[in-house]
Ligand binder design. Structure first.
Ligand code: DGY
Length: 320
């Protein structure tokens, strides 16, 4: 079968597909494909594996009538019009679960880095501004026994809450579409309404999918409800946060700090004012970026495609 891979993925995934005898072509470039290029390359394939952040909209599915399945090497699928895929009979799969630990690590890294102004102080050294030890300068805030609010308590949110509880005995509160009994039993997490999540969290970490309902969920109105001492962490998708409102909230002291692994757009403009702020740490969407996790994601994405090729249900199918 002909498989088109939209961006180079770890070799283990490619080898798995090759060992099954398939004909593979890869878009091996740091430049994403244009919509036309994506359609053209996909029209020449039976199956597509998305290794990048390409968008698959209704027009894509309309123009690729021979496509049999789409496998995403990501847990997020806000880049795919799932209902259009379903209408065209295209199964779509993702890679849930295996990246939860790595992504939770990045949420933890951001929380701690913001609370201790780590990135800002690193920049000060580079710029020759470190003049020596100062007992009153660069004071961060401690995390011990503080309240961690989780917006979207799925696998990643659970992992982050577990680490934060173990390290800092943080009290866990969460807001979710439904109750998470496992988190309540194991972590003593408390389900709260959205307003309580905003007003009670010392650290508020976003772990929900980007949908029409969650887009810009964190904006001026929500920031004014949060504590002035609060830290916002986002490792989910940039679109959940209204960036201009966040900049204003940080500039006016409405929020204490923010740690972002995701932005909208990506890549972020290097002149974005967030990059020069004292209490802000920004990373370039590296939540799942460990050798182990990316290998496992590539293998899972390849296995999903192999199942589809055999006429089986993809194990991680989204549109069941
Ligand atoms: C995911 O898996 O969704 C990561 O954010 C990479 O896209």
């Amino acid at each position: 079968m002909k498989i088109f891979i939209t961006k180079k993925i770890p070799q283990k995934g490619i080898d798995l597909l090759k060992s099954a005898g398939h004909d593979i072509s890869i878009h091996d470039s740091s430049t994403p494909l244009s919509e036309t290029e994506l359609i053209k390359a996909s029209q020449q394939a039976d199956y597509v594996l998305n290794g990048g952040m390409q968008k698959f909209d209704a027009n894509f599915f309309q123009n690729c009538p021979n496509l049999k399945a789409l496998s995403l090497m990501s847990v997020g699928y806000d880049n795919v019009d799932i209902s259009a895929a379903t209408q065209h009979g295209i199964p779509v799969s993702n890679t849930p679960g295996i990246l939860s630990g790595a992504t939770a690590d990045v949420a933890f890294l951001l929380m701690l880095s913001v609370s201790r102004k780590a990135f800002f102080n690193h920049k000060r050294i580079l710029q020759g501004e470190w003049k020596g030890f100062d007992p009153t300068a660069n004071l961060g805030i401690e995390l011990n026994n503080k309240t961690l609010g989780i917006y979207g308590l799925g696998r990643i949110g659970f992992e982050f809450a577990r680490k934060a509880k173990a390290a800092y005995n943080m009290e866990i509160i969460y807001y979710n579409r439904s109750r998470n009994e496992e988190a309540e039993q194991i972590l003593g997490a408390r389900y709260v309404n959205f307003d309580d999540l905003l007003t009670r969290s010392d650290v508020l970490s976003i772990h929900a999918a980007l949908t029409a309902e969650t887009k810009n969920r964190f904006d001026k109105n929500t920031f004014t409800r949060m504590k002035n001492s609060a830290i916002l962490v986002n490792t989910a998708r940039g679109g959940l946060v209204n960036e201009l409102d966040l900049i204003e909230a940080l500039q006016t002291g409405q929020l204490w700090g923010a740690g972002l692994d995701v932005t909208d757009p990506e890549p972020m403009d290097p002149k974005n004012p967030l990059l020069t702020m004292e209490n802000v740490c920004i990373l370039p969407h590296i939540g799942s970026a460990t050798v182990e996790t990316r290998d496992n994601m590539a293998l899972m994405a390849a296995s999903n495609l192999l199942a589809a090729i055999k006429g089986e249900k993809m194990p991680q199918i989204i549109n069941k």
